[in-house]
Design a protein around this ligand. Structure first.
Ligand SMILES: Cc1cc2nc3c(=O)[nH]c(=O)nc-3n(C[C@H](O)[C@H](O)[C@H](O)COP(=O)(O)OP(=O)(O)OC[C@H]3O[C@@H](n4cnc5c(N)ncnc54)[C@H](O)[C@@H]3O)c2cc1C
Length: 350
């Protein structure tokens, strides 16, 4: 059987992976994205309803919209996309082709690789470990806010003692019927100003308190609580619960790794400021990279993506241009430009 060899395989589909896919298309490279999660988007999917302001030239936008637009851009040149594909290692065969190994034991073949796995590998919300939690998921029990309206006019319980829990307390309180924040420890870990704002928003804060279980017919209607200081057990009516207990981080890529890259601080790939790792042909982009001056923001991921793709292109084709032609003058986009210029939406906005 002949191997289907790609020019470039991108591991991870956060902002760095998605922009790498677009840019690789601009450079006419046969491109594949491998993503461990069931959907594209990366860490921004953790904060879909938060407004993002610091992406150059983009109006304030929700995380969800930003990712939807980034996915559309990434798919411009029809890269192959494989979801639910957790990469566990990379090796190089005798023909100089990278073999990318996955948890499900499939192997993907590529001339170059861009590692864009983020600063924490595959992340998932830390779920609450109480008997009925699974049955109430999406039925009053939430791990993130997909739509703030899910909390409007509800008695909301936020569980968590970090800055994100406090942040949600402040965002949801104005439209909630009531909002209570509980934390198992004795001191909430957030900026003093945010805690004060939350208190001014009428949020009730209770420390040393944990959720023991949920109650309700089909949907959560009350929560069983436990005060770990006094030993008191009690039940309180709530019809929306938001758990913010942090994230599980899983860096599986280097589990079976057969190439010579040592991580820094368990998660970071040492690379040059243009994404070159110790292994020629393997580049790194986005939050997973560490180099002096690295910007761990979406904006920083875009610069890394361009550098990594340009290096990958030159690795395969040393006489290629060092960079792609700018998009405004790149003929590869001519046909697509015509479609945009004469689309109903463009003509309507003129
Ligand atoms: C709460 C929060 C708010 C933020 N707000 C902002 C903001 O307002 N502005 C801003 O610029 N930045 C913000 N950031 C930071 C921003 O989200 C990151 O800088 C950005 O997501 C990094 O992109 P990335 O592509 O490098 O990694 P990620 O977005 O983390 O994507 C990595 C992808 O790789 C996948 N992956 C990991 N390991 C594997 C594997 N072994 N196999 C297959 N796939 C794998 C993951 O599933 C994930 O999809 C925020 C971050 C957080 C947590």
């Amino acid at each position: 059987m002949t191997k289907d060899i790609y020019d470039i395989t991108i591991i991870g589909s956060g902002p760095a992976g998605l922009f790498s896919a677009f840019y690789a298309g601009l450079r006419e490279m046969k491109t594949k994205i491998l993503e461990g999660n069931p959907e594209l988007g990366g860490k921004v999917k953790v904060y879909p309803q938060k407004m993002v302001w610091d992406v150059g030239g983009v109006k304030p936008v929700t995380g969800q919209q930003l990712i939807d637009d980034s996915i559309e851009q990434a798919l411009t040149f029809d890269p192959a996309v494989e979801l639910n594909t957790i990469v566990t290692g990379i090796s190089k065969d005798d023909d100089g082709i990278f073999n990318i190994h996955t948890e499900s034991k499939t192997v993907h073949y590529s001339r170059t690789v861009i590692v864009a796995i983020g600063g924490s590998g595959i992340i998932s919300h830390q779920k609450i470990d109480v008997p009925s939690a699974e049955s109430y998921e999406g039925k009053g029990l939430h791990y993130t806010v997909f739509d703030v309206k899910d909390f409007d006019n509800k008695d909301v319980l936020v569980s968590g003692g970090g800055p994100t829990a406090v942040d949600w307390g402040n965002d949801l309180a104005p439209n909630a019927r009531s909002l209570t924040l509980i934390y198992r420890g004795d001191k909430v870990r957030a900026l003093e100003a945010d805690i004060t704002r939350m208190q001014n928003n009428g949020v009730r804060m209770i420390t040393n308190t944990e959720i023991v279980d949920f109650n309700g017919h089909n949907e959560v209607s009350s929560v069983k609580l436990y005060n770990n200081k006094t030993g008191e057990h009690y039940e309180q009516e709530y019809d929306a619960v938001l758990i913010n207990h942090g994230y599980n981080k899983d860096n599986l890529l280097f589990k079976e790794n057969k190439i010579d890259i040592e991580l820094v601080d368990n998660f970071y790939i040492p690379a040059s400021s243009t994404g070159e790792t110790k292994v020629e042909g393997v580049y790194a982009a986005g939050d997973c990279v560490k180099y002096p001056g690295k910007v761990h923001l979406i904006a920083g991921a875009y610069q890394d993506a361009v550098n990594a793709v340009n290096n990958a292109k030159l690795f395969i084709q040393p006489d290629a241009h060092k960079t792609a032609e700018v998009s405004s003058h790149n003929h590869i986009l001519d046909e697509k430009n015509m479609k945009y210029m004469y689309s109903e939406e463009t003509l309507k906005n003129q």
